[in-house]
Design a protein around this ligand. Structure first.
Ligand SMILES: Nc1ncnc2c1ncn2[C@@H]1O[C@H](COP(=O)(O)OP(=O)(O)OP(=O)(O)O)[C@@H](O)[C@H]1O
Ligand SMILES: [Mg+2]
Length: 343
């Protein structure tokens, strides 16, 4: 049995967790910064980095205290090393390096996306490799074949916005707080998903890539027209996103013989999306797995778990491991036409 301390600070959630190789989350603490960023309608990198510096040391002490463990009793320190806001990424990584050096423990520099990608295995011991992963988060929208720890093949990515970014932008247009996903999901419950005609960008196209920028512009026009109720716009928007995710994932399933479909990342907290993808997996005779909602958004338990998996594969890092603002899971994937700077 191994015990890993995980640290996360790549965006606007500060978190520390202790996770053991027998899949116990021994302790976890997460502190969000929504209130600090809300007035700006998005995450302000400098505010986030400063807050991580203030919050993280206390959380490390808290989880070790709750678990009644000293740093000498853990097997390794796993810290997010990217991708993300570089000032934030540096906080957990440097804290992790300091602890690893002081305690003489291995450092594991975790790709945050690998944290999301492996998170379903933390709660589902029967989920083996390979699986087709729909990674839908604030910064990413990708379909990947997960073949093993550290082995990823990207089948598709977004050519403009990420799915979570689309939720956040639509929410802002509807006057909902940041992050927008939960607010849209709640408002959509009392709306009519067929009320507002919205586009489904790239649906039916031959490559399983994603696009959400046009959908956002259409929401903007619907709001400006004054013709529709807010709840109807929210419901119609969410329905359009579900249609896009299902259509693109269906194409990827046709091209992959992986026996399971897995969805992870913050947007996977959305119940309508979970249900639609579960139905799609069933239709294709694949197993379906999705982590509980609390494990979908940013947290250090998934980083610690990625540490467990990497340590088991003897994948540890030197103390000069760099903090990386960009860090694609599949480093060989080509940039798609129309894609911006996203990994
Ligand atoms: N219930 C929900 N429905 C839809 N979207 C949601 C829901 N809950 C959270 N989200 C979205 O998930 C995103 C946050 O996810 P996550 O924390 O994984 O992203 P991130 O860490 O900012 O980005 P990345 O993981 O790509 O670096 C936000 O865009 C948020 O609006
Ligand atoms: Mg994330």
């Amino acid at each position: 049995m191994t015990m890993i301390l995980g640290l996360e600070s790549s965006c606007d959630d500060t978190s520390a967790a202790l996770v053991s190789s027998d899949r116990r989350i021994v302790a976890q603490a997460v502190v969000g910064q929504n209130a600090a960023h809300e007035p700006y309608g998005g995450v302000v990198p400098e505010i986030a980095a400063r807050a991580h510096v203030e919050i993280l040391p206390g959380l490390i002490g808290k989880v070790l205290g709750e678990a009644k463990l000293s740093i000498d009793e853990i097997d390794a320190v796993a810290a997010t090393a990217g991708p993300g806001l570089i000032g934030g990424v540096m906080v957990a990584l440097l804290a992790g390096k300091g602890l690893a050096l002081a305690a003489g423990k291995p450092l594991i520099a975790v790709n945050h996306l690998e944290g999301h990608a492996l998170s379903p295995r933390l709660v589902d011991p029967d989920l083996g490799f390979p699986y087709l992963l729909l990674l839908v988060s604030g910064g990413h929208c990708q379909l990947l074949e997960v073949r093993g720890v550290g082995e990823y093949r990207r089948l598709a990515t977004t050519i403009d916005d990420a799915a979570g970014e689309a939720f956040d932008k639509a929410a802002k247009l509807l006057g909902l707080p940041y992050p927008g996903g939960p607010g849209i999901e709640t408002l959509a419950k009392s709306g009519d998903p067929a009320a507002v005609p919205l586009p489904r960008p790239l649906v039916g196209s031959g490559e399983p890539h994603f696009s959400f920028a046009g959908l956002k512009s259409a929401v903007q026009r619907a709001v400006a027209s004054g013709e529709y109720r807010r709840e109807d716009i929210a419901a119609s928007f969410q329905h359009a996103v579900v249609d896009c995710l299902v259509d693109r994932t269906r194409l990827a399933l046709d091209r992959s013989d992986a026996p399971a479909l897995v969805v992870a990342g913050g947007v996977a907290a959305n119940q309508a999306i979970r249900t639609a993808l579960a139905d799609l997996a069933k239709e294709h005779g694949r197993r379906f797995a999705v982590p509980p909602a609390w494990l979908c958004t940013d947290n250090a338990a998934m980083i610690a778990w990625a540490g467990v998996e990497r340590l088991a594969n003897e994948l540890v890092d030197d103390l000069d491991a760099p903090a990386r603002a960009r860090w694609p899971l599949d480093e060989t994937a080509e940039k798609v036409r129309g894609a911006g700077v996203k990994a």
